[in-house]
Design a protein around this ligand. Structure first.
Ligand code: SME
Length: 160
């Protein structure tokens, strides 16, 4: 089954997220494979918001391991509590970083990344993966992104 997404770039950020969420629901409804769905979700997020890097890291034993993503080459493994991703995992909370240089222990997979948002994917109180989004511009994320990306990760948790 094929889909094309169409998000009107003239819409407000909230409206684009609402359209995106409904289109993502349609995409995952037609496919049961987790990797296939996460690959498409990373694609539609990047296409809609033109972020630098969008992808997933899976919790595997005691570290995060790179999963489906869109964007440049990335670090493959991140330890618990390390970097923004490992910290979102250990804190079980979304972390929003306006300037990655101010985040102690930030892992620079790409020197172009300036701001970042990491949202844990939680099921039964356990972090299963994280959604990591990087921008090459400073302070690109706000509470609206947090709200809708947390809604999205709640939906993604149901796919595991
Ligand atoms: N910057 C992240 C590492 C992952 S890359 O940005 C894709 C971190 O500090 O955890």
């Amino acid at each position: 089954m094929s889909h094309e997404i169409s998000i009107d770039s003239n819409l407000s950020k909230e409206e684009r997220y609402l359209q995106l969420l409904s289109q993502i629901k349609a995409i995952v409804a037609g496919e049961t494979d987790l990797i296939a769905n996460l690959a498409n979700i990373s694609s539609v997020l990047k296409e809609t918001f033109s972020w630098w890097w969008v992808g997933f890291y899976f919790v595997k034993e005691n570290e995060l391991v790179l999963g489906p993503f869109q964007g440049p080459l990335a670090c493959t493994r991140i330890a618990f509590g390390k970097g923004v991703c490992g910290s979102a995992w250990s804190r079980k909370q979304t972390i929003m970083v306006d300037d990655v240089e101010t985040f102690e222990g930030h892992i620079a997979c790409s020197s172009a990344s300036r701001s970042e948002m990491v949202v844990p994917i939680i099921k039964n109180h356990e972090v299963l993966a994280v959604l990591d989004i990087d921008s090459e511009k400073l302070a690109q994320f706000d509470v609206i992104d947090q709200q809708y990306l947390e809604e999205l990760t709640a939906l993604i948790a149901l796919l595991f």
